[in-house]
Design a protein. Structure first.
Length: 360
């Protein structure tokens, strides 16, 4: 097998890459990875906030830095037409289940209408472009059967966030049929695929109502973290494993390969699929200041008890395999936060370079 890192370098060198949501957790790590391949990177995001501490680490790696909301269709279209990307990674979203209960309309406006605005911009681009829309592992109709979901399984969504992302999947498919039909690629030059992953963890995630950030914030304040769903089972995956899969798919799309999967799961292997309680107990071994207490509240929003994606398609089509098992996923994550608070330098670059060596 050819060296994947060398192939990605050839594929992305000098390519114009447009990332929505580049100031967020996954978006910032994606900028960091693409900078290793000498891409020309443009980001489009809301103004970065003081708690987005990854942004200063990648700001100087951006070729263009657009500020805007994906709900603003004209602003988004103007940015895309101005930059003329070879490939787009669409990560911008309202990504929290709990917030979707509190702001259902905003969740749909951001996730569905925002994605439609992106696709409309691509329709106006009049040049070849690959588009990867990031959704979630929660797009499937989950009947708690404890079976791993395959890409061909029925879409659904119990909560507003999940259903908004399932709606994005349907929206992308309908745009592909209506405007970007693969049989007429020579006319429009646009390839679109969706990617599904969930419970992606790693250093630099500061989002509220997420397990790892909550643990870190509480530990620094010498507080105990309340665990509300200790028996929920999730596929825990390091952000670099997930993003490497996105990049492999993008490589295929940049080569104008029409036989790409139209939707694809990126998920860890079975040893990374454990309960919340098991995960937290393992993390505690790496940082003794982390303290937890299981306390199920009287009122709790519905969340799936079991989530597991089948990753066999990604392995077959892209020769993608996760490189970090659960222990290393957690160790890398906790070490990043430790280095951050010790004011270590190049903490993102160091982990990316270490990871890419694993892929050679």
């Amino acid at each position: 097998m050819e060296n994947m890192v060398n192939n990605l370098t050839k594929a992305y060198a000098n390519k114009r890459v447009f990332i929505t949501g580049h100031t967020g957790f996954k978006g910032a790590w994606l900028v960091g990875m693409l900078s290793k391949f000498n891409s020309k990177i443009a980001g489009y995001s809301l103004p970065h906030s003081s708690d987005q501490l990854l942004y200063p680490l990648i700001r100087n790696q951006l070729y263009e830095d657009y500020v805007g909301d994906i709900i603003d269709g004209d602003k988004l279209k103007n940015a895309i037409l101005d930059f003329k990307p070879d490939i787009i990674f669409h990560l911008a979203a309202q990504a929290l289940v709990i917030d979707s209960y509190k702001q259902p309309k905003l969740t749909y406006e951001t996730n569905v209408i925002g994605t439609m605005n992106l696709l409309e911009a691509c329709n106006a681009l009049n040049s070849e472009c690959a588009v990867i829309c990031i959704t979630t592992d929660k797009v499937y109709e989950n009947k708690e059967t404890k079976r791993a979901f395959k890409e061909t399984d029925r879409l659904g969504g119990y909560d507003i966030y999940s259903s908004s992302k399932a709606a994005c999947e349907l929206l992308v498919d309908s745009y592909r049929n209506s405007f970007f039909n693969l049989d007429k690629y020579h006319e429009h030059g646009v390839l679109i695929s969706t990617v599904r992953a969930g419970n992606v963890i790693g250093g630099g995630d500061w989002n509220k109502n997420r397990l790892i950030p909550d643990l870190i914030k509480a530990a620094l304040q010498k507080e105990t973290t309340i665990i509300r769903s200790p028996h929920s089972v999730r596929p825990w995956q390091h952000v670099l494993d997930c993003l490497f899969g996105y990049l492999l798919l993008g490589e295929r799309m940049l080569s104008k390969d029409h036989k790409i999967p139209l939707a694809i799961n990126f998920a860890p292997d079975s040893e990374n699929i454990v309960t919340v309680e098991q995960l937290v107990n393992t993390i505690s071994n790496f940082w003794e200041v982390i303290k937890i207490k299981v306390e199920v509240p009287d009122t709790i929003y519905h969340e799936a008890k079991f989530l597991h994606l089948d990753n066999s398609l990604a392995k077959k089509e892209l020769q993608w395999t996760p490189k970090l098992d659960l222990e290393n996923t957690l160790k890398w994550t906790i070490n990043w936060y430790k280095d951050f608070f010790e004011l270590s330098e190049n903490i993102m670059d160091n982990q990316i370079e270490k990871y890419l060596i694993k892929q050679k």
